[in-house]
Design a protein around this ligand. Structure first.
Ligand SMILES: [Zn+2]
Length: 125
């Protein structure tokens, strides 16, 4: 079976080695640039989906006041602590990461096994 030997960027015929995918470095970089542009909406919707899921999970556990939850419980539900909207440091130098109005903080000295969850208005007060 003969492999297609057209440039992935400009569709011109590519001469040379059969595994060549682009006619030159310019075509190669413009192909990757365009792919990156196309992938950007996918990245946005992935971030958006993860933030919404994180918020939903924090909301389930934060019914009243401040609660402590095992990290694994959150992770099992699909919580990803790398996705948050902002952070806030209280007067004890503890940093809360927020997902919209819900904040969470990894508890120290517990090898990150527990997370403290609280609602913004309550934590700021
Ligand atoms: Zn080309």
């Amino acid at each position: 079976m003969e492999k297609s030997k057209t440039c992935l960027s400009c569709n011109k015929e590519v001469s040379g080695r059969s595994d060549k995918k682009f006619c030159d470095a310019y075509c190669k970089s413009s192909f990757h640039y365009n792919k990156m542009i196309e992938d950007t909406p996918k990245f946005y919707s992935r971030v958006d989906k993860q933030l919404k899921l994180n918020r939903r999970i924090l909301k389930i556990y934060n019914k009243a006041g401040k609660v402590t939850v095992r990290t694994n419980v959150l992770l099992d539900l699909g919580f990803d602590p790398n996705f948050f909207t902002h952070y806030w440091k209280n007067n004890k130098d503890e940093v809360y990461l927020f997902v919209y109005e819900f904040g969470f903080m990894k508890k120290k000295g517990e090898r990150n096994r527990e997370v403290c969850i609280g609602k913004m208005a309550r934590l700021y007060a």
